[in-house]
Design a protein around this ligand. Structure first.
Ligand SMILES: Cc1cc2nc3c(=O)[nH]c(=O)nc-3n(C[C@H](O)[C@H](O)[C@H](O)COP(=O)(O)O)c2cc1C
Length: 451
């Protein structure tokens, strides 16, 4: 997706460079448009270098051979502000000066950025930054109100010491928070911000001789999709992958391994920093006891002796630190639910994603998958869908594990509806009463569910 960052002329203009980087980390393509005043604070070259694109600073093409008129400009380059307006999926102005807010509010289009604002149908966000008196001035507040009513998203400034030396509201929101708001406006979730997600992916290979190995058909598609989804939702991602033909998702830290033992070492080394561990790799369960130093010759039937590999998931669960979530995968060809449940209990993970790898067109190496997200208390069916979409659904379910479990209190009591405390908001305990079918109404059994 594509975002145009508008930079107007305030002290915070230098922070727009951090915003550009934050947006790029979310795999967004970024263009920068600057007002004339903004170029007094930061050189356009800074943004050109960061984005790899020309930075637009004027409606007029100064390099044109014409007389500098609008017509001369459009003949050379096309109507750039319209092109930019159509290119962008979102326009974010950071910092937004009192001046730019006033111009936006009143439809003044006397430079590239203000003209672009009128020409675009994309969502518009503004991150105001200014002196506290300018911020509190009724003119500024009235302009903001007009913009809010028009659907412009105002990313409120913070309070603190300002560049002018005064203390109060007017400090531009942090670039990460602005990037989060842009993702929200683009319909992209940012609910894993601050999380460090360790994902394992692909299969492992256990050597038989210098050229042969025991492996499996895992392509890494599910793990890579999870890594990409977690990153796009704001997480820092460590991807530990067995051999895979896939391009690793950009911005994820990739650690390549080959054997089950290397996978174990890498996972144990990096798991301490993770807040969430998702083990989607198909790790070998057995390795050959003897690895031939020379290539095995065909001399007749041979028998391979195999030894079990270490159980990485169980070890990860044993070493987990408080608050860390551990989710495993189970690829099953029969008795899916029974085997999945047994694995969940045996390993002690928070959840197991059970997939049927015997189905047509789903599971190992396929582009789609269907799965059951299994916890001790729930079994959520995730029907067949592309792996990237499934990755998001799995992350949705994982996030529900972070929510505190409801406390269920059961008692026999007559409850007088009029005496119950009034609920005032979603942050208050949700009270839900369920009348048991098994007891007569005169002695009602009640459940109080406190979330
Ligand atoms: C040193 C300096 C710092 C400024 N900082 C801000 C600021 O933080 N916020 C603001 O709204 N205006 C600030 N201004 C005023 C704007 O630069 C001025 O209103 C200008 O016309 C804004 O133009 P633009 O909105 O087209 O970028 C500052 C001016 C100077 C000289």
């Amino acid at each position: 997706m594509r975002v145009t960052v508008g930079v107007s002329g305030g002290i915070a203009a230098y922070k727009a460079a951090e915003l550009v980087r934050a947006l790029q980390r979310q795999a967004l393509e970024v263009h920068v448009v600057m007002t004339g005043a903004a170029t007094r604070f930061v050189q356009p070259l800074t943004f050109a270098a960061l984005t790899g694109h020309k930075v637009i600073t004027s409606l007029w093409d100064d390099t044109g051979a014409g007389d500098g008129s609008y017509e001369a400009s459009t003949e050379q380059n096309g109507i750039e502000h319209i092109g930019e307006a159509q290119w962008a999926d979102a326009l974010v102005v950071a910092p937004a000066t009192a001046n730019i807010l006033a111009k936006f509010a009143h439809g003044i289009a006397d430079d590239f950025l203000t003209t672009l604002y009128l020409a675009t149908a994309a969502p518009v966000l503004v991150a105001p930054a200014m002196n506290v008196n300018m911020w509190e001035h009724p003119a500024t507040q009235a302009n903001l109100e007009i913009l809010r009513q028009r659907g412009v998203r105002v990313i409120e400034p913070g309070t603190g010491e300002l560049a002018c030396g005064m203390v109060g509201a007017g400090r531009m929101a942090e670039p990460e928070a602005i990037a989060g708001a842009v993702l929200g406006a683009l319909g992209r979730r940012h609910d894993l911000a601050g999380e460090i997600v360790l994902v394992t992916a692909g299969g492992t290979r256990e050597a038989l001789d210098p050229v042969r190995f025991l492996g499996n058909r895992s392509s890494g598609k599910m793990g890579y999709a999870l890594a990409e989804a977690a990153h796009s939702r704001g997480a820092k991602v460590i991807l530990i992958s067995g051999p895979s033909a896939l391009h690793p998702p950009p911005q994820c830290e990739l650690i390549k391994i080959t054997t089950a033992d290397q996978m174990r070492q890498a996972v144990l080394e990096r798991m301490t920093e993770a807040t969430l561990v998702v083990k989607a790799a198909a790790v070998a369960d057995y390795r050959p006891v003897n690895v031939s130093e020379q290539k095995l010759k065909r001399t007749g039937p041979i028998t391979l002796e195999l030894a079990p590999t270490e159980d990485i998931l169980a070890e990860v669960v044993r070493r987990r630190r408080p608050g860390q979530l551990i989710v495993g995968f189970a690829a099953e060809t029969e008795n899916r639910m029974e085997n999945g449940r047994a694995k969940l209990l045996r390993k002690g993970a928070d959840a197991i994603v059970v997939n049927d790898v015997a189905g047509e067109g789903v599971g190992i190496d396929a582009d789609s998958n269907a799965a059951t997200f299994l916890t001790l208390t729930t079994a959520i069916e995730l029907p067949e869908m592309p792996k990237r979409k499934l990755a998001d659904r799995i992350l949705d379910e994982i996030l529900t594990l972070r929510r505190p479990r409801p406390l269920v209190l059961e008692f026999d009591e007559h409850v007088d509806e009029r005496s119950r405390p009034e609920k005032t908001g979603p942050e208050k305990a949700r009270q839900d009463e369920v009348l048991s079918q098994s007891v007569p109404p005169s002695s009602a059994r009640r459940q109080l569910i406190v979330e």
